[in-house]
Design a protein around this ligand. Structure first.
Ligand code: FNR
Length: 183
């Protein structure tokens, strides 16, 4: 059976390294995973006052897509040593109404990246902090902090063979992780 994976990209930038990296992860994944980027750019900022019988339609649609997924792949850049607000907002939107979090129990993994040397380590672990409260089994290893990303992509194409091999191995491990926590 194939497993549906929702890919969340924590950058809205048109030429985002994070999105290009995510596309490569999707290409390198084993065929048992069916990966799709779920757009988070249109989600209004979370406001509990909007949590009525008719919440914003984009919230409802997003929650449905997360509920439908068998696993989640978080791909994030680092903003000020943490995760970008747009990704935190998506996590918050998916976590409500209280007791109905779409995330609960979904196996997941976190990939961070940066043009800098630290590979978004701070963002990666800031995402992981949310996952504890959301009760999401997160793959612990291999870890993916991809530094120097600007020199490893030419357009959408990965130019670093070592990185490609690592990402492929990462996705194989993720597929095993998803399978172990499925159903
Ligand atoms: C950054 N950037 C950044 N990089 C980093 O390694 N650590 C950091 O703490 C920050 N902080 C930060 C804050 C803000 C507000 C911005 C806009 C940028 C740089 C960041 O890594 C770079 O802009 C990436 O290109 C962002 O990822 P995308 O959009 O290419 O996916």
């Amino acid at each position: 059976a194939t497993r549906k994976i929702a890919v969340l990209v924590g950058s809205l930038r048109k030429d985002s390294f994070t999105r290009r990296l995510a596309k490569n992860l999707m290409l390198l994944a084993p065929p048992t995973l069916e990966l799709e980027i779920v757009d988070i750019s249109q989600l209004p900022m979370y406001n509990q006052d909007d949590e009525t019988d008719t919440p914003p339609p984009t919230w409802t649609e997003f929650r449905g897509r997360i509920h439908d997924a068998d696993g989640i792949l978080f791909c994030t850049p680092e903003y000020n040593r943490s995760l970008p607000a747009v990704l935190k907002n998506a996590i918050d939107v998916g976590s409500r109404p209280y007791g109905q979090a779409a995330w609960s129990g979904k196996p997941c993994a976190v990939v961070s990246n940066s043009p800098g040397a630290l590979g978004g380590f701070g963002a990666n672990h800031a995402v992981r902090q949310c996952l504890v409260f959301l009760n999401m089994p997160c793959m612990q290893a291999p870890e993916a902090y991809i530094g120097g990303i600007a020199t490893k992509l030419d357009g959408d194409r990965l130019t670093d063979d070592g990185l490609r091999a690592f990402l492929q191995q990462f996705m194989e491990c993720f597929a095993t992780w998803v399978e172990r926590h499925a159903d």
